[in-house]
Design a protein around this ligand. Sequence first.
Ligand SMILES: Nc1ncnc2c1ncn2[C@@H]1O[C@H](COP(=O)(O)OP(=O)(O)OP(=O)(O)O)[C@@H](O)[C@H]1O
Length: 223
Amino acid sequence: MSTVLAARHLNKYFYDPERFRVLSDITFEVQAGEFVAIVGKSGCGKSTLLYLLSTMDTDYEGQIELAGTLLTGRSQDYLAHFRNEHLGFVFQFHFLLPEFSALQNVMLPALKLGKYSADEIEARAMAKLSMIGMADYALKPASKLSGGQQQRVAIARALINDPTLIMGDEPTGNLDKANTDNVFSIFRELASGGQTIIAVTHDPDFAAGTDRVIEMSDGLIVP
Ligand SMILES: Nc1ncnc2c1ncn2[C@@H]1O[C@H](COP(=O)(O)OP(=O)(O)OP(=O)(O)O)[C@@H](O)[C@H]1O
């Protein structure tokens, strides 16, 4: 097994207005192909941790290594390129561009990466949409899709650059039961195919279906 993500002794502080520690000595690893849930009461630090792991927030103590690369101390440009190449994000709210078609939305991160030709990118995007059962909706504007369909397009978009790791922040938080089950089974299927996934969730059923649950409490990982 190879390690995809290593978080070592992460500490994070906020000021509100006094300095307080929101993450304390967070240390864990995620192996290739693992599907991991991060759970814990509201305010325990889950989103803050995910934000650090996503490389968006660089103000922390400790070390983050992803895909064999130490990311701590890197420049913003380096991190932006790394994110685009190695990470796929699925949020509670999909953040699709409403006037753009499903296909165009899925293509965008690949166009930014600049690794493939436009034709290749379109073919790859169609393949990702087919994979999640959305090929028939490729040309529809995102604004005309249902909430569940939009979230599936967001998953296809997260997959377009074949990310080393998919990060979800409440990926089913805004969905009804049927769509939650659908999105969960897509994640489960991706994980069975070897995709590494880490997702913050409040949904006990979602967490129970993952390979491993990391529970947080007051900024700590519960041993
Ligand atoms: N920018 C900030 N400045 C000050 N305090 C913050 C900031 N962002 C978050 N916090 C505080 O840090 C703590 C952890 O917040 P975080 O959003 O990581 O929790 P969470 O576990 O993801 O919660 P939820 O499940 O409700 O989304 C909370 O006490 C929150 O109020």
